[in-house]
Design a protein around this ligand. Structure first.
Ligand code: NAD
Ligand code: TYD
Length: 353
């Protein structure tokens, strides 16, 4: 079936993997990637598919309501997969307002435009909101987040995502807008901006810089390979039930320090250096304020109802990720030097000769 799908935040880490999957797997879908190209948006993530006839890039800001309404009128979208967000907890601590604007106002602008465009006939329409497990707050040593765990966000990032989730459900209950939400655990893989733990450590090991571990290093996260997240999003987009939430996770809990030890050992092997060399770079530093102790997802619902499970082990995914960063030195150098921000200028605004 033909569909025109708006994907927001498609130049970011997860969004670029979602777009690649959709344009390759569904030639009949028109995929429109709307992205503001903040520091986290990088069109170099999509060079392999940018010329495909079913892909269009639009530069724009989801906070600009007039622009968003106009975009819906222009393209008559059948569906939205909403990933655009400010996504880094540390940045939300230093600059919460951007998180409130993009993650809350931006989401309600999209909901408003979708409702306005679709309300005469909601059939075959879908608003898919991509969210995080961080909305559930923090766990003690035991227990898992399920879809019915009460929301208890504790950082400006997670509070803004929790607000956006509530607004999505409000549009479902109040206006009947067909929606679905997924809440996923920490992702890792190719194309992640090197401010997040895994690519930051890979980049620092390469440059023999210290590996900053917050607090005692025993904070725990449940890690999922980004391509498995993209497959889960595709599955939920096609098979998920309206008004439902699905938790997505890797059944893969790691204390930060244990993860960094494993990463150091893989880096030593891949760089052919003495075992233990990278571990010497580990430095414990002052903790993140309000640091959530443990996240862990119960992904039984998406497994039982939609038949999705992660496809690879963490050791496989982490090694593949290390290899990707080492083989894509230009990508990493462009990101760390800021050069990637010139790509849009040369690729999209220079007239062809
Ligand atoms: P990212 O920071 O890598 O990418 C975000 C993208 O959104 C960027 O391309 C950026 O330019 C764009 N963007 C930001 N503000 C915008 C605006 N106002 N208008 C239009 N575009 C804008 O983030 P990510 O890690 O790919 O996360 C994508 C989504 O998945 C987010 O909603 C995040 O909350 C959610 N999520 C992320 C993780 C994770 O581990 N990274 C886990 C669960 C859920
Ligand atoms: P991060 O990748 O920022 O993801 P999130 O905060 O969304 O879980 O951090 C993952 C874990 O690693 C988290 O417990 C914070 C910790 N961390 C460090 O110890 N040092 C760092 O430099 C970073 C970026 C994160």
């Amino acid at each position: 079936m033909n569909k025109t799908i708006l994907v927001t935040g498609g130049a970011g880490f997860i969004g670029s993997h979602v777009i690649r999957l959709l344009v390759n797997q569904y030639p009949k879908y028109q995929i429109v990637n709307l992205d503001k190209l903040t520091y986290a948006g990088n069109l170099e993530n999509l060079t392999d598919i940018e010329k495909l006839p079913n892909y269009t890039f639009v530069k724009g800001d989801i906070v600009d309501r007039t622009f968003i309404v106009g975009l819906f009128e222009q393209y008559e979208f059948d569906a939205v997969i909403h990933l655009a967000a400010e996504s880094h907890v540390d940045r939300s601590i230093t600059n919460p307002m951007e998180f409130i604007e993009t993650n809350i106002i931006g989401t309600v602008n999209l909901l408003h435009a979708a409702k306005q465009q679709w309300e005469e006939d909601y059939s075959d329409k879908l608003f898919y909101h991509v969210s995080t497990d961080e909305v559930y707050g923090t766990l003690g040593a035991t227990g898992l987040f399920t879809e019915t765990t009460a929301y208890d966000p504790r950082s400006p990032y997670s509070a803004s995502k929790a607000s956006s989730d509530h607004l999505v459900m409000a549009y479902y209950h109040t206006y009947g807008l067909p929606v679905v939400i997924s809440n996923c655990s920490n992702n890792y893989g190719a194309n992640q901006f090197p401010e997040k733990l895994i690519p930051l450590c890979i980049n620092n090991i390469k440059h023999k810089k210290s590996l900053p571990i917050y607090g005692d290093g025993k904070y725990t996260r449940d890690w999922l390979w980004v391509e498995d997240h993209a497959i889960a999003i595709n599955t939920i987009f096609h098979k998920g039930k309206h008004g439902e939430t699905y938790n997505i996770g890797g059944h893969n809990e790691w204390k930060n320090i244990d993860l960094v030890h494993l990463l150091c050992d893989i880096m030593d092997e891949e760089l052919k250096q003495e075992k233990g060399a990278s571990r010497e770079l580990i430095t414990f530093i002052k903790d993140r304020p309000g640091h959530d102790r443990r996240y862990a997802i119960d992904a039984t619902k998406v497994k039982n109802e939609l038949d999705w499970v992660p496809s690879i082990t963490f050791e496989e995914g982490l090694r593949a990720t290390v290899k990707w960063y080492l083989q894509n030195e230009k990508w990493l150098n462009n990101v760390t030097s800021g050069n990637y921000q010139k790509y849009y200028q040369t690729q999209y605004t220079t007239p062809s000769k």
